[in-house]
Design a protein around this ligand. Structure first.
Ligand SMILES: NC(=O)C1=CN([C@@H]2O[C@H](COP(=O)(O)OP(=O)(O)OC[C@H]3O[C@@H](n4cnc5c(N)ncnc54)[C@H](O)[C@@H]3O)[C@@H](O)[C@H]2O)C=CC1
Ligand SMILES: O=C(O)[C@H]1O[C@H](OP(=O)(O)OP(=O)(O)OC[C@H]2O[C@@H](n3ccc(=O)[nH]c3=O)[C@H](O)[C@@H]2O)[C@H](O)[C@@H](O)[C@@H]1O
Length: 452
């Protein structure tokens, strides 16, 4: 019988490694250091490690730069590309690497999760707890547990559990420090005690802890995103009815939201959902559901995806209609590139998807986004980019508001009308005041907004 060597982490302050320092992992590493733990962030991207170590967050996330500076100053937080050194010195190892959609199918690409988990396992000389945070298809964690068991050095006590993350970009710091819930899948008595030590502060603040098995924890995460996506596609389907019936979907959503069983959030009709998660997660769940024979779930999610992608096509058609059927050599102003406000993330950005589609139809497109200009240029270099709202509006034949940044919603329509001879605006996010823009002389259309 092997005598497992274990180090009781409680004997000394927990040390944490965080593998993957992107939108999720960088926030998680900083937040864990803020909670008082010694943390090392590990990434394979040297530029990210160097930026973070120098106190620079390589993406836009409100509040994170200040917290990074504060936690670096304590000396508790470091960043490295040296996985072996990071693992050897830590007790709890979070896996926060990417699980993007595969290029050739809807399935999730799990290569990064496997690489990171194995990099941890093979260096676990003192034993420890591996904590999966990445969003993975159900069944992944059980398979990784077997991989870990076959990889850890002989006699080393290593556990793997799943602790999915629910933070929203733009609210990542608050969501991490004050989570709605903490889900722990596949814990033992020992690893649960360790995780309750890690999350002692939010638990003390009242964050509920849900302890369950690995498959349930994995499915809680993808089901949460799938439900949010479904709610958005529901209101967008109803927006289509509103357009046909001359109703106003924004007033309708307000009325629905008064029912606490429904809730007003995620009932904003418009261009639909994008980002680095919701689109890929519903497709990965669709794919996994089919593999499992759960075809009804797959069929539902297929509809959610189709309704969502249809919104982008609808806005392209609205722009074509506004320009008399063709945008060839027309000037199209686009306000917004990020997939939503308060982020510079343009992964599967509905705004850039529409801008690029119109560009491909011969439009001269000028995009402005207060934070996502650089990330957009890298993703779509052939589009035109402005440095202000005015530059996007100037002499445009049609203006598209595709990301509801506050500075767009608060813009003065009368002043902007003076910048173009053809004041036509399409509000694809339902946040502009139709009355105000119409009063300022704009031809105003919106998705599901009163046709009048
Ligand atoms: N971005 C978000 O708001 C949230 C993301 N998630 C999930 O978290 C995971 C990460 O998402 P993001 O942070 O957005 O992705 P990201 O692409 O911004 O960051 C992933 C990072 O992992 C690094 N990486 C890849 N392989 C590695 C390895 N072997 N060792 C160390 N680092 C490695 C990459 O260089 C990259 O910096 C995904 O599964 C996502 O679905 C979950 C909740 C929120
Ligand atoms: O797994 C993830 O990465 C995260 O995905 C989403 O967070 P996020 O992608 O940051 O963005 P959301 O705020 O959820 O918005 C998603 C998309 O839905 C769109 N949306 C949102 C709300 C709405 O009413 N209508 C609507 O079209 C937004 O414009 C955006 O494109 C979830 O909200 C998080 O809980 C989850 O952790």
């Amino acid at each position: 019988m092997s005598t497992k060597r274990t180090t009781t982490p409680a004997a000394r302050p927990l040390k944490i490694s965080v593998f993957g320092t992107g939108y999720l992992g960088a926030t998680h590493a900083v937040a864990m250091a803020e909670l008082g733990f010694e943390v090392v962030g590990v990434d394979v991207d040297q530029a990210k490690v160097d930026a973070l170590a120098a106190g620079k967050v390589p993406f836009f996330e409100p509040g994170l730069p200040e917290l990074l500076e504060k936690t670096l100053a304590t000396g508790r937080l470091t960043f490295t590309t040296d996985a072996a050194a990071a693992v050897a010195d830590a007790d709890v190892h979070f896996v926060c690497v990417g699980t993007p959609q595969q290029r050739t199918s809807h399935a999730a690409n799990l290569q990064y999760v496997e690489d990171a988990t194995l990099a941890i396992a093979r260096n676990l000389t003192r034993g420890g707890v591996i904590v999966g945070k990445s969003t993975v298809p159900v069944g992944t964690a059980a398979r990784l547990r077997e991989l870990v068991a076959a990889t850890v050095p002989a006699g080393v006590d290593a556990e793997l559990l799943w602790n999915p993350e629910f933070l929203r970009e733009g609210k990542a710091v608050g969501d991490t420090l004050h989570p709605d819930r903490i889900v722990l899948g596949g814990v033992s008595e020992k690893s649960e005690a360790v995780m309750r030590q890690v999350y002692a502060a939010p638990i003390a603040e009242g964050s509920p802890v849900v302890v369950t098995d690995l498959p349930t924890a994995e499915l809680v995460k993808v089901s949460a995103n799938a439900f949010l996506a479904t709610k958005i596609s529901f209101i967008n389907a109803i927006a289509g009815v509103c357009e046909a019936a001359g109703a106003d979907v924004t007033v309708l959503a307000d009325a629905l939201g008064h029912d606490v069983r429904i809730g007003r959030q995620f009932l904003d009709a418009g261009l639909g959902f994008g980002g680095g998660c919701l689109p890929k997660d519903i497709r990965a769940l669709m794919h996994r559901s089919k593999e499992l024979g759960a075809n009804r779930a797959a069929a539902l999610l297929q509809q959610v995806d189709e309704i969502n992608m249809g919104q982008r096509e609808r806005v392209v058609d609205m722009a074509l209609e506004a320009c008399g059927g063709s945008v060839l050599n027309k000037r199209v102003g686009v306000l917004g590139a990020a997939f939503k406000p308060l982020t510079d993330d343009v992964r599967d950005s509905p705004a850039l998807n529409v801008a690029a589609a119109l560009h491909l139809r011969g439009a001269q497109v000028t995009v402005f986004d207060p934070e996502a200009g650089d990330t957009a240029r890298r993703a779509f270099p052939t589009l035109g980019y402005g440095t202000s709202v005015d530059e996007a509006v100037e002499e445009c034949d049609v203006l598209l508001v595709l990301t509801e940044w506050k500075q767009f919603v608060d813009a003065d329509p009368a002043r902007l009308a003076g910048l173009t001879r053809t004041p036509r605006v399409i509000d694809a996010r339902g946040k502009l005041s139709a009355a105000q823009w119409r009063a300022a002389g704009w031809e105003f259309t919106g998705l599901g907004r009163l046709a009048a």
